[in-house]
Design a protein around this ligand. Structure first.
Ligand code: ADP
Length: 426
């Protein structure tokens, strides 16, 4: 600013002297001196601007003379505003990219030739893309699934493509290609492994239920036809009716177990109440004796103390199933022991038998619905294949665990363990 004033004053003095000396040689000399000084000043400022324009960094020290100073200041202000805007935008873009990386769905941006331009972290994991090396690579060279390559080739993206990958464990991905901007594609990848598993479980379940009910129903309708068409004597008639009764009893058990399972699975857990375990275990023991009808040696090894906080009906369903299984799968003459113990870690109810035992390969699957080691044996013994599924769900609702140890031909032990927080009344 001071320099601007100095140049202004200098110009005013020259103008004054020019007027004073008039059009004499002295006047012309002064005029040229003034003009040269002026031109030199403009040249100096122009050179500064020229130098700055090669590397326009924000520089508050860029000062000019006269009007140049105002121009430099305006330039400085514009540049500062511009840089602030850019910084703002960069922060927005960084936040946007962080949000895209945080998404549960995989996102891959592709150009018109399906080459990778950007890929979020989820897509890196899902499709094994390495962003540092795969940028610019054709996606078909990275996801080398023939069905995916076919999908890209056909160009019909109205429906998503479902891919099954089994690199580490089976994963099911649903891929959507969405056109965006001009000639660009957004590949959205959803991991539907869980929903696919649930879907197939639901399908299997419906198929299993239909199959389980169809068998006794077929037998039953066969007997009905026989009774309708053939004249039978009283004994045969009684025999047929007894068989029909068994089949309808079987259907009733299946439906009853299905209802129990569905109520345990879907209804909210009932209020916890203290359940008197001494009398419950005693009742289970008497049920076992009744079920066994003298075929087994039934023993009770009980602490006889302590209540369990929980839903009594669900606890009864779970524990009674273990007792019924022990009776069902222990040949006559075997021993079945009901154990109830309380320790500092919690409480344990176990059923130990000297029955047929289970091959270790079946143990992890025993709590699946309708899973049986020997289908015929289970049916003959009146099993529905749902007992251990009911046990598992009901124990889950009490934060309890089930441990199965067994040796084929020697016997099994089904132990349920409840956390100490559920034990009261000591
Ligand atoms: P089921 O109604 O067939 O008994 P569960 O779900 O209760 O169905 O049991 C699943 C399978 O586990 C049974 O079919 C049987 O093969 C096996 N199992 C269960 N308990 C025992 C046991 N105590 N001893 C031997 N096998 C058992």
């Amino acid at each position: 600013m001071q320099r601007a004033l100095a140049y202004g004053a200098f110009t005013a003095v020259i103008a004054f002297l020019l007027g004073y000396f008039g059009e004499t040689w002295m006047g012309w000399v002064l005029f040229y001196i003034g003009l040269s000084v002026h031109l030199a000043m403009h040249y100096r400022n122009f050179s500064r601007l020229e130098r700055w324009s090669h590397k326009p960094v924000l520089d508050a020290s860029l000062e000019g003379d006269g009007e140049w100073d105002a121009v430099f200041r305006r330039l400085y202000r514009h540049e500062k505003e511009l840089l602030e805007k850019i910084e703002h935008r960069e922060r927005d873009i960084a936040r946007l990219i962080a949000a895209v990386h945080a998404m549960n769905d995989g996102i891959v941006l592709l150009d018109g030739e399906f080459r990778i331009q950007f890929c979020n972290k989820t897509a890196e994991r899902q499709l094994d893309i390495d962003s540092s090396t795969d940028r610019g690579a054709a996606i078909a060279n990275i996801v080398r699934q023939p069905r995916f390559i076919d999908y890209l080739g056909k160009g019909d993206f109205t429906r998503p493509l479902v891919l099954r990958l089994d690199r580490y464990f089976e994963r099911v991905l649903s891929l959507y290609l969405i056109a965006y901007a001009e000639d660009h594609w957004l590949l959205q990848v959803k991991d539907i492994t869980q929903t696919d598993r649930l879907d197939s479980m639901r399908r299997d379940f419906v198929a299993n239920v239909s199959h389980e009910l169809r068998t006794p129903l077929t037998v039953l309708s066969g007997f009905v036809e026989t009774l309708q068409e053939i004249e039978l004597d009283a004994d045969s008639r009684r025999h047929y009716l007894q068989l029909m009764g068994e089949q309808s009893q079987r259907m009733q058990s299946i439906v009853q177990d299905l209802l129990t399972l569905s109520s345990i699975e879907s209804a909210p857990p009932p209020e916890d109440q203290p359940v008197d375990m001494a009398s419950l275990v005693d009742k289970l023991y008497r049920d076992a004796v009744a079920l066994s009808a003298g075929r087994h040696d039934i023993r009770l090894d009980s602490d006889g103390q302590g209540d369990l906080l929980g839903a009594e009906s669900e606890l009864v369903s779970a524990l009674a199933n273990l007792v019924a299984n022990a009776v069902r799968y222990t040949p006559a003459g075997g021993t079945i022991t009901l154990i109830w113990k309380i320790s500092a870690e919690g409480a344990e109810f176990a059923v130990q038998d000297t029955g047929i035992g289970i091959d270790p390969k079946h143990i992890p699957r025993l709590t699946e619905r309708f899973y049986r080691v020997d289908r015929g044996r289970s049916r003959d013994a009146g099993g529905t294949g749902l007992g251990l599924a009911i046990v598992k769900h009901s124990l889950n609702r009490h934060q309890a665990t089930l441990e199965i140890t067994s040796k084929p031909g020697e016997g099994s032990r089904f132990a349920t363990r409840f956390p100490a927080s559920r034990v009261t009344g000591l």
